[in-house]
Design a protein around this ligand. Structure first.
Ligand code: C5P
Length: 415
């Protein structure tokens, strides 16, 4: 689950989404999903199966979306409802999708409003399975899901693993959280050139450099900026790997997240992925130095040993991963400077071979580490300088990905 501001924004804003709700206990969470989608600016029409109405009522959906709520196939204004909803939709998302509904969808039945809409639409379809783990792992359900995915091209969002309905224990079958499903909807609505099918690698967070089994050198980076960039790239259709140092943030949905501790571990993970990356964003606050020696036992106060720590330099991940890069890769870096910001950033652009650098002064209010906002100046290889206002890190991620998109397009044009 990803915490982020909910305000109308692309790709959700103004788009027509049909939210289908079938009769699972997770139906109560579909109200939250409807609300999230509406707050992101989508126009949501809800279709409840008749048994779903026993779990959750139409008024709740109408109240949070302001859109229509339907249960039965009706003729309206000449066009049948199922044809109108299916044709006008930009996206159909069924959450929760029960084992029974998935079986009907795989068979191409049209015995209810929602199944009929699936046949009438040409929009992308997302199924969010939710059921008991034994029902989920049954070969019939697995075959139906494979058919939906491989033959019909439906997207499967989840299920996740975790607590099931009361008395059913834990296992795979749990519906994904509403915020994650809203992101799946965002990717289905927003994936487009030039990110579609591209591979993005992002480093994030601090590194932790151990001196003994309990102590380490670290810094105050939260990982927020890198996580926001990874999420934004995924929403636009990229295949994303995030290599992060210790961060309390949850894995962004859809992103392959690799958690590491030290700069050396981060470098070896980056080296594994760099050869496939079309875009690399170095957002990690890598410790410049690490203790020269890592003790096996806790350093005792009485030993007097801990007063001086000898340090040795860490590898520079941006420099050391230069050799493995792909032709035409777009490299983005950060420059955190407390003085002579622009000169420092320009130097980094040159020395580290970045195409784009985000320069910021952590001393400025609202900028830098461990805050939800940042104020940066963007510098590019061609000498352009763009001062951005104070933005939420999620908003800044949007601007950065827009600039990366411009570069990818100009590379494609041979500019
Ligand atoms: O040299 P400095 O730490 O200011 O460089 C900042 C940029 O270089 C950031 O993009 C950061 O992620 C990257 N970097 C790195 N490995 C290091 C130090 C910095 O990749 N050891």
């Amino acid at each position: 689950m990803t915490a982020r501001p909910l305000a109308p924004r692309p790709p959700w804003a103004g788009r027509r989404v049909v939210l289908g709700v079938t009769a699972g206990i997770a139906a109560y969470k579909a109200v939250q999903l409807a609300r999230d989608l509406a707050r992101l600016g989508a126009r949501v029409d809800t279709v409840l199966s008749s048994s779903a109405r026993r779990f959750v009522g139409p008024l709740s959906f109408a109240g949070v979306t302001g859109g229509s709520v339907h249960t039965r196939i009706l003729a309206t204004e000449g066009a049948a409802l199922h044809i109108r909803l299916g044709t006008e939709a930009d996206l159909i998302i069924v959450a929760p999708a029960t084992a029974d509904f998935i079986a009907k969808a795989a068979q191409g039945r049209a015995d209810g409003l929602l199944t009929a809409i699936l046949l009438s639409t040409r929009a992308p379809v997302i199924l969010a399975p939710a059921m008991n783990d034994r029902m989920y792992s049954h070969p019939q359900t697995q075959r139906n899901l494979e058919h939906c995915r491989d033959v019909l091209g439906y997207r499967l969002a989840g299920p996740g693993s975790g607590a099931l309905a009361v008395g059913e224990g834990e296992g795979p079958g749990r519906m994904l959280e509403p915020a994650d499903l809203a992101d799946h909807a965002g990717r289905a609505l927003g994936e487009a050139e030039p990110f579609l099918g591209r591979t993005v690698l992002v480093t994030a967070g601090p590194t932790r450099e151990p001196m003994d089994p309990v102590r380490y050198l670290g810094n105050r980076s939260s990982g927020r900026m890198g996580f926001a960039i990874a999420r934004e790239a995924w929403l636009r259709g990229a295949d994303v790997t995030l290599v992060t140092g210790p961060s309390s943030l949850p894995d962004p949905v859809g992103v392959r997240t690799v958690r590491v501790e030290t700069a050396s571990d981060m470098l070896s993970e980056v080296k594994k992925s760099i050869t496939k990356a079309d875009i690399v964003v170095y957002a990690a606050a890598v410790a410049d130095f690490r203790p020269a020696e890592r003790r096996d036992r806790k350093i005792k106060k009485s030993s007097g040993d801990g007063r001086t720590i000898e340090l040795t330099e860490n590898p520079d991940i941006a420099l050391e991963s230069w050799a493995g890069r792909r032709n035409g890769v777009v490299r983005v870096g950060f420059a955190l400077e407390t003085e002579e910001l622009l000169e420092g950033a320009r130097k980094k652009l040159e020395e580290k071979g970045f195409d784009l650098v985000l320069a910021n002064d952590p001393g400025e209010p609202g900028a830098g580490f461990d805050v939800p906002t940042n104020r940066v100046t963007l510098l590019d290889r061609e000498g352009r300088v763009e001062e951005l206002p104070l933005l939420a890190k999620e908003e800044l991620a949007v601007v950065v990905m827009d600039r990366v998109a411009d570069r990818l397009r100009s590379v494609a044009r041979g500019a």
